[in-house]
Every structure is written in C-alpha cells, then in structure tokens.
Design a protein around this ligand. Structure first.
Ligand code: MN
Length: 200
C-alpha cells in the first residue's frame, strides 16, 4: 500500500505555551507551516506514483531535492512539538540519563545550554538546532541544521530540536531570535528528551 504523511496533533493546546509562544504563532506554525511540508511531501509522492504508473520521465534531481526538503520539514516539526511542554510544566534542568550524559559530555548543563543556544542563534538563514547522540561514540552532539535537511548527521537520532526559522517566532519576537531561543528553555520538555535518549 502507498501511504502518505499526515499532520500530527499537538500534545497540548494552542494556548498552553503562552506567554513564551502565543496562540497565534503556534497555530499558524502548526496549521500552515507544518501542514505545508506535509502537503508538499505528499504532493511529490503522488507525482512519483503517477509517473511510475504511467512509465513517465521524472526530473529526479528536482523531485528529490523537494522531497528531502519537505520530508525533513515534516519530521523535524514532528519531533519539535513534543520537545515542548506547557508553560509551568517544562523547563528547568534535565535529570536522569540525559542529565548525566550532558554533564559527562559538556562538563555542565550551563555549558550545554550556551553551546546549544549559540548553535540556534547562529544558524545561517532558516534552520534548526538539534541535540543528537553519536551511535558509535555515544557522545551527545549538537547539529546546526540549515533549512530542513542540510548539515544533518546521517543515522544519528535526534533527541531534541529547536526551530529557528523566522516563521517559528516572528509574530512573537519579531527579528529577535536570541529572545525566542531564551524562551525555549522555559518550555523545553526534558522528560520527553530523556525518554528518547533511553530508547536509542
Ligand atoms: Mn517551523
């Protein structure tokens, strides 16, 4: 069966991240932007299916470029929403396996926070900061992803990601990306990130 992508529901309400992320910002981000990548990826899959059914030629370079962009956008957003928790329930400092791994690899949580924030603030243009762990060395690694699919480490699971496309924060923070990155620490869902780490 040929399956397609669908927009996941948020694990909280549209007002639950306020005042850090407003209802308007979150609604548009989820319903318009994330939906756009789902629609985009599905459209390309349909195009591939139709061409295969008809035996038609495809511009593989253009098709695959678009597919990587849209699938990347869909998957990173699908990881992003549960990386956040309602205001008052998220934030703080990570404990458990994640807290130990951060202390071991970065020296301290403060040092990790600083490096991750610098990665997020300095993404060139549109992109993401993400926390990952190398399957070989078991080191935690920060990724600075450009667009949705550039600078990813192949086969490295993403534990936590932060969207720093302007569409993620412009209504609330205008051009002040550092303020949005700072707000992220108040709603980050460490329990979810810990669970992801325990599963890989
Ligand atoms: Mn986004």
């Amino acid at each position: 069966m040929r399956d397609f992508y669908s927009l996941p529901k948020l694990p909280y309400g549209y007002t639950d991240l306020e005042p850090y992320i407003s209802e308007e910002q979150l609604s548009i981000h989820h319903q318009k932007h994330h939906q756009g990548y789902v629609t985009g990826a599905n459209g390309i899959l349909e195009q591939l299916d139709a061409a295969r059914d008809k035996g038609a030629e495809l511009d593989m370079k253009a098709v695959l470029k678009g597919l990587a962009f849209n699938i990347g956008g869909h998957q990173l957003h699908s990881l992003f929403w549960p990386s956040l928790a309602p205001a008052g329930k998220g934030g703080g400092t990570p404990g458990g396996m994640l807290g130990d791994a951060i202390a071991q690899d970065f020296g301290s949580f403060e040092r990790f926070k600083k490096e991750f924030a610098q990665a997020a603030v300095s993404v060139e243009g549109s992109g993401w900061a993400a926390l990952s762990r190398c399957p070989t060395t078991k080191r935690l690694l920060i990724m600075q992803i450009e667009k949705h699919n550039v600078n990813l480490y192949p086969a490295y699971a993403i534990l936590m990601d932060l969207d720093v496309w302007e569409h993620a924060y412009y209504l609330d923070y205008k051009n002040a990306r550092p303020q949005f990155v700072e707000a992220f620490w108040s709603v980050v869902n460490w329990d979810e990130v810990n669970k992801r780490l325990e599963k890989i």
